[in-house]
Structure formats: structure tokens, C-alpha cells
Design a protein around this ligand. Structure first.
Ligand code: ADP
Ligand code: AMP
Length: 218
């Protein structure tokens, strides 16, 4: 199965992807996670992406398209779930071209729909583990001990781009550049399912699994 998860930053894509990969055995490919890893390793790519990420802008398409094509090429045949990519119509077109050259296409798009107000609450309260990448929320999904990762005891951190002012920019960028990607998939004969992402984590997973189970049986 090849799945794209669309939705505003903070809609819960990463959280749902972890549940999808656990249930269906797919590879999770998050463009944001790959970029953060490149930055942590201080690579040329990471350095190029830095200023865009810190201001809440998108990293230029060509950098992202090449980076993700490389990751997809290494994915197992069982499939993958894309999180945070494609984020522009141009990225979606380039992805389709590169899959077509391998006689493949995306099977399904899950569009996590969420109110802007909720996005701000989710992103400003997000905390993550720099060691294992686990994601928590200071109110919605608390770790057992405040500020400490349940998995490995590491102190949780707040992403610098989750500050209130950068969040506002990221949300604007989403409406302007990423929302049109939903239309792109609707017009290009790809199955698109809208999911109400305002609901709690378990309810959203239930809706996601309903669609994916039906698809797996078809
Ligand atoms: P994205 O990958 O779309 O940016 P995340 O999965 O990182 O979003 O979720 C953003 C924040 O919201 C995290 O702190 C996460 O713990 C929390 N969260 C995710 N899904 C839900 C949900 N359905 N209800 C409440 N909080 C959620
Ligand atoms: P995320 O973790 O998905 O919220 O992404 C964090 C940041 O990485 C974004 O605000 C962008 O600056 C950058 N980024 C991630 N994915 C993409 C993409 N597909 N296209 C452009 N920039 C991206």
C-alpha cells in the first residue's frame, strides 16, 4: 500500500502514521523528520533547509523532491506512508512522475481536516523526544512523568518552529501552498478520504483504519 497523509502541520499526521505503520507494516517517510535528521548531522542539505524551516516557510521543491525520491527508492515493496510530502502541487506532480517511471502510483490519500484554532493548541503544546522521536502533548498526550520520555527517560524538547509566531506562518503557508494538493489528487483520480482530525487520537485512528481496512480487502 502507498499512502499519502495530508493535513495542516499539527493535524496529527505523525501520530497517526506511527499507528498505521504498526498495524500494516509500512515504512513511515516523514519529510520533516528526514530534514531534522539532516540538520542534526549538519549535512549540506540540512544547512540549506535551516532558514526555511526556522521561519515556517517551505524548503524549495527541488531539494525536497530529490530527497524524497531517494527515500522512496529505498522503501520496501510492502509500501510506505508519506507524511508531510507532497506539500505543493509541483511536488505532487514530480512524485507522480517518478512513481510512474517505476509503473507505480499512490493508492490512497488520507486528508486530516482540522480547525486552525486546534492546530495552534496542538503545535504549541507538542513536545518530542530528541532520542527516539516519540511525540507527546502537554495536555492531550502527556508522558507518565512530566517532561520525560516514557520510552527512554530522555528530557523532552519543544521544536523551535512550534513557537506561536512560527506556527502562524506555517499555517498560512499550509493554506496557500499545501491545501491545493487535495484538489490535485481529486482531479487526478486518486482516492481521497477526508478524516475529521479534530477528534481524539483513538477516534481518528478508528476512522483511518476503517478506510485502510476496506482498501486492503478490495
Ligand atoms: P503533525 O505530524 O501533523 O505535525 P503530530 O502528530 O506531531 O502532527 O501532532 C501534533 C501534536 O498534537 C502532538 O503534540 C500530538 O501529541 C498531538 N495530537 C496528535 N493527534 C491528536 C489528537 N487527535 N488529539 C489531540 N492531540 C493530538
Ligand atoms: P513538519 O515536521 O512536517 O512540520 O516539517 C517541518 C518543516 O520542514 C516545514 O515547516 C518545512 O520548512 C520543512 N518541510 C517539511 N516537509 C516539506 C516539504 N514537503 N516541502 C517543503 N518543506 C518541507
Amino acid at each position: 500500500m502507498r499512502i499519502v497523509l495530508l493535513g495542516a502541520p499539527g493535524a496529527g499526521k505523525g501520530t497517526q502514521c506511527k499507528r498505521i505503520v504498526a498495524k500494516y507494516g509500512l515504512l513511515h517517510l516523514s519529510s520533516g523528520d528526514i530534514l531534522r535528521r539532516e540538520r542534526a548531522e549538519d549535512t549540506e542539505l540540512g544547512r540549506k533547509a535551516q532558514e526555511y524551516m526556522d521561519s515556517g516557510a517551505l524548503v524549495p521543491d527541488q531539494i525536497i523532491v530529490d530527497m524524497m525520491a531517494d527515500a522512496i527508492n529505498k522503501a520496501p515493496v510492502t509500501g510506505f506512508v508519506l507524511d508531510g510530502f507532497p506539500r505543493t502541487v509541483h511536488q505532487a506532480e514530480e512524485l507522480a512522475k517518478s512513481l510512474a517511471s517505476a509503473k507505480q502510483k499512490m493508492d490512497v490519500v488520507l486528508n486530516l481536516k482540522i480547525d486552525d484554532q486546534m492546530v495552534v493548541q496542538r503545535m504549541t503544546g507538542r513536545r518530542s523526544c530528541p532520542q527516539c522521536g516519540a511525540v507527546y502533548h502537554i495536555e492531550n498526550l502527556k508522558p507518565k512523568i512530566e517532561g520525560i520520555c516514557d520510552n527512554d527517560g530522555t528530557r523532552l524538547v519543544q521544536r523551535p518552529d512550534d513557537s506561536a509566531e512560527v506556527v502562524e506562518n506555517r499555517l498560512k503557508t499550509y493554506h496557500l501552498q499545501t491545501e491545493p494538493v487535495v484538489d490535485y489528487y481529486n482531479k487526478n483520480n486518486c482516492m481521497v478520504f477526508d478524516i475529521d482530525a479534530n477528534k481524539d487520537v483513538g477516534e481518528v485512528s478508528g476512522l483511518v483504519f476503517e478506510e485502510l481496512d476496506a482498501l486492503a480487502k478490495a
